[in-house]
Structures are given as structure tokens and as C-alpha cells.
Design a protein around this ligand. Structure first.
Ligand code: 16G
Length: 243
């Protein structure tokens, strides 16, 4: 905790300054060694503010889903599933999550057949005006949202979005189009408000924006995926060797 993070000179009420400071510590994983926050009195003393200010700050963070209170026991940080994923293995979300003993799930945000955008057409090697199937899904582990994925696939490999019930990769394998190779680019971003809300994290929380292009063994492009992975829930791990 850094008491100097709060100042009477700032144009933001003290309780919001305190909420902002605690939010940063939680979202950036800097309070990982403890599940419970100190008591209200101790926080008030640490930051040199009243208990009312502390209470209002905690209420903000409870409303955002970052903290919860248990009667008589105190205030606790909400822990979400934490996933380590090997970057060098071409696996599906269902396999990644299921392999960790968690229950993979999806919530449809939308699914459609539409004309490919120029970016999609380029990524999938389609002529302008070609149709793609678009699958927009919120991906969950044990009921906790971890990622938002927007996949576009040529209608030649997936003619109808309703063919996908559970795992997309299962569906593709079942149809004789197994994903074989993928190119992936990861960049660090802050989540815009709409996506932060879907993922249940504060606006501006850190995330990884991942673009994946997946190919069949013969090199035909299979899917183009733009996804947002929660920065507090994923570690991407890669093994390096001497070249
Ligand atoms: C992974 C892939 C995504 C793929 C999905 C299929 C990343 C960044 N993305 O989440 O490109 O569409 O798996 O999962 O790893 P499914 O078979 O469970 O639908």
C-alpha cells in the first residue's frame, strides 16, 4: 500500500482515489500473497483517511466485482481461474481449460454468415465479396469469463454457424478440416468499456489482444480469430531453445 497515492490536492474525492489505488494493486496482481484485505480501521490508519472513506472505496470495488465481504470475516479479493497456456502448442480453448480440470463453456455474443471485411478476406485468402461465417463468443472457465473471441471462417469449411455447438476445433475435425498450424500475434492492451464489462473486469484493465490465423495441413487458411484475453487470468508460456 502506498499512502502517498492519495492527496487532498487532487480533484478526485478521496474515496475514489483510494478505490483507484486498491483497484490497481488488485488488477496488476500485486496483492497475490494475501486473499483478505486489512480491516477498515487498519486501512483508514494506513492511508490517513476516515473509516467512512474506506467503506465507500470498498463499496465501489465490491460493485465492480473485485472484492467481496463475508459477514464478520472481512473483505476478500475475488480470485479468478488462472490459466497457463503453452504458446507453442496448437490447442483449442476447450482443450486448454478442460485439461486443467475446469469446465469450459461459451456464451454466444453473435453468429452470422456475412460478407468478409477486407481484413478478413486478406487473412483468409478469399476474393473480395466472399462470404464468411462469423462466431463471436465469450469463453468461460467454471462460469468465469476469460476471453472474447471473434472467429471468421470461409463458408467452404464451415457453411453454417449453427454447426458449432461446443468446440469449434472439434467441429472442424469432425468435418475433415483439422487445424494443423497457426500464426499468432499477441499485443498488450487496456480493455475498452464494452469488453471489460463482458469479462467482468474494470474498464481499462490489462488484456492481451491476440490475432490467430489457422491453416490446414495443405496451407489453406481455416480461421482468422481476433480475441481479448484477460491479463489477470492468463500466462502464456513458451519454451526457447538455442538456434
Ligand atoms: C483458442 C484459440 C482460438 C480458437 C479456439 C477454438 C487462442 C488465442 N485462440 O481459444 O483461435 O478458435 O481456441 O476453441 O488460443 P474451441 O474449439 O473450444 O471452440
Amino acid at each position: 500500500f502506498d499512502p502517498t497515492a492519495l492527496s487532498d490536492a487532487l480533484p478526485l474525492p478521496l474515496y475514489l482515489q483510494l478505490a483507484r489505488h486498491l483497484r490497481t494493486l488488485i488488477v496488476e496482481g500485486r496483492l497475490t500473497d494475501q486473499d483478505a484485505l486489512p480491516g477498515e480501521r487498519e486501512l483508514a490508519e494506513t492511508f490517513g483517511v476516515s473509516r467512512v472513506t474506506v467503506r465507500k472505496a470498498l463499496r465501489e470495488l465490491i460493485a465492480e466485482g473485485l472484492l467481496h465481504q463475508r459477514q464478520g470475516a472481512g473483505t476478500f479479493i475475488n480470485r479468478s481461474p488462472h490459466v497457463e497456456q503453452r504458446l507453442s502448442a496448437l490447442t483449442s480453448f476447450t482443450e486448454d481449460i478442460g485439461g486443467r480440470g475446469l469446465k469450459p463453456d461459451s456464451r454466444w455474443l453473435s453468429r452470422s454468415v456475412a460478407t468478409a471485411t477486407p481484413e478478413e478476406a486478406m487473412a483468409l485468402g478469399l476474393r473480395p465479396g466472399a462470404e464468411v461465417v462469423r462466431l463471436h463468443r465469450l469463453r468461460l472457465a467454471d462460469g468465469t469469463p476469460l476471453a472474447i473471441e471473434l472467429s471468421a471462417l470461409p463458408t467452404s469449411v464451415l457453411p453454417d454457424p449453427d454447426l458449432v455447438q461446443g468446440s469449434l476445433y472439434e467441429t472442424l475435425r469432425g468435418r475433415g478440416h483439422p487445424p494443423f498450424r497457426a500464426l499468432q500475434r499477441l499485443s498488450a492492451i487496456r480493455l475498452p468499456a464494452d469488453q471489460a464489462t463482458l469479462l467482468g473486469v474494470p474498464d481499462g484493465a490489462p488484456a492481451l489482444y491476440i490475432e490467430r490465423r489457422t491453416f490446414l495441413e495443405n496451407g489453406t487458411p481455416l480461421e482468422f480469430v481476433r480475441s481479448h484475453y484477460r491479463g489477470d487470468a492468463y500466462d502464456f508460456v513458451v519454451e526457447l531453445s538455442l538456434v
